[in-house]
Design a protein around this ligand. Structure first.
Ligand SMILES: [Zn+2]
Length: 98
């Protein structure tokens, strides 16, 4: 009886550390000490991308505001143009240092 129960225990290496599902070793990626199933990996990527986009959007908008407005607080450049420049700067890797 005990032997039978042991047989049906899922092996730790088959289990996703995030959702706890027994998905099998072929549907898991191993990251350090953690097993993550493809579904949880995809979900993590989606959430990370959403966060990245939100951070990017804030930085681009702030840059566009700065580019649009001169030192005297007057509009130097239309917001559409400023936004286009800000997006290019962001894509090129520029990040504002606080
Ligand atoms: Zn999972």
């Amino acid at each position: 009886m005990i032997e039978l129960q042991k047989q049906f225990q899922p092996k730790a290496r088959n289990i996703c550390s995030a959702c706890g599902k027994d998905v099998g070793v072929s549907k898991l990626v191993v990251v350090g000490n953690v097993n993550i199933c493809f579904e949880c990996a995809d979900l993590s990527k989606q959430l990370a991308d959403k966060e990245r986009n939100e951070v990017a959007e804030k930085e681009i908008q702030q840059m566009a505001n700065d580019l649009s407005t001169g030192d005297a607080g007057l509009i130097d450049m239309g917001m559409g143009t400023a936004r286009a420049h800000a997006e290019r700067l962001y894509k090129a890797g520029y990040r504002k240092v606080e």
